[in-house]
Design a protein around this ligand. Structure first.
Ligand SMILES: Nc1ncnc2c1ncn2[C@@H]1O[C@H](COP(=O)(O)OP(=O)(O)OP(=O)(O)O)[C@@H](O)[C@H]1O
Ligand SMILES: [Mg+2]
Length: 157
């Protein structure tokens, strides 16, 4: 799991296209079994970032904000990285929820070990899926410009 974005250094994202491009760049360093945890307030651009990751991986299906579903699977397209994407929105899961158990209950067709798993609102709940993960914090400044900080987390904190 590597990233071309320098870790720990905030990146300015003036437009949604910039956020999507960051996701696309991050996808280059992602492979089967990798977990990406996204944090940041409502409307920060988490779903937009996932859209970029999906484009970078080359997976099928539109990335949208799941209103009722907790997780959506995107299968690999020919010519892509060959890895499915599982997009989880943990907003409706309580902080104490066992995300692994919730995902297990959903009985997804995709084996999480063979997929890139991206969890919105994952900070504090998704780390249990994999101690080693990429943490992307998205912030919305007062001037409405977004900032992203990418951090590689190697173990339990
Ligand atoms: N620089 C930017 N990066 C990302 N989104 C932006 C940016 N500037 C404006 N936007 C807009 O802000 C909105 C971000 O929405 P998005 O659904 O990605 O947020 P989210 O963090 O997933 O929110 P939620 O917490 O509701 O899931 C989009 O409508 C997008 O077009
Ligand atoms: Mg979202």
């Amino acid at each position: 799991m590597s990233t071309s974005a320098r870790t720990g250094v905030p990146v300015e994202l003036p437009t949604a296209a910039d956020t999507e491009a960051l996701g696309e760049r991050l996808a280059d360093g992602l492979g089967a079994g990798d977990l990406v945890v996204l944090s940041g307030p409502l409307g920060a651009g988490k779903t937009v970032l996932v859209r970029g990751i999906a484009r970078g991986l080359g997976v099928a299906g539109a990335v949208t904000s799941p209103t009722f579903v907790i997780a959506r699977e995107h299968r690999p397209l020919p010519g892509g990285a060959g890895v499915p994407l599982v997009h989880v929105d943990a907003y409706r899961l309580g902080f104490a929820t066992d995300v692994a158990a919730e995902l297990d209950d959903l009985d997804l067709d995709t084996d999480l070990d063979s997929a890139v798993v991206v969890v919105e609102w994952g900070e504090g709940v998704a780390e249990r899926l994999a101690a080693r993960h990429l943490l992307v914090r998205l912030d919305r400044r007062d001037d409405d410009v977004r900032e992203a900080t990418v951090e590689r987390v190697e173990g339990p904190r």
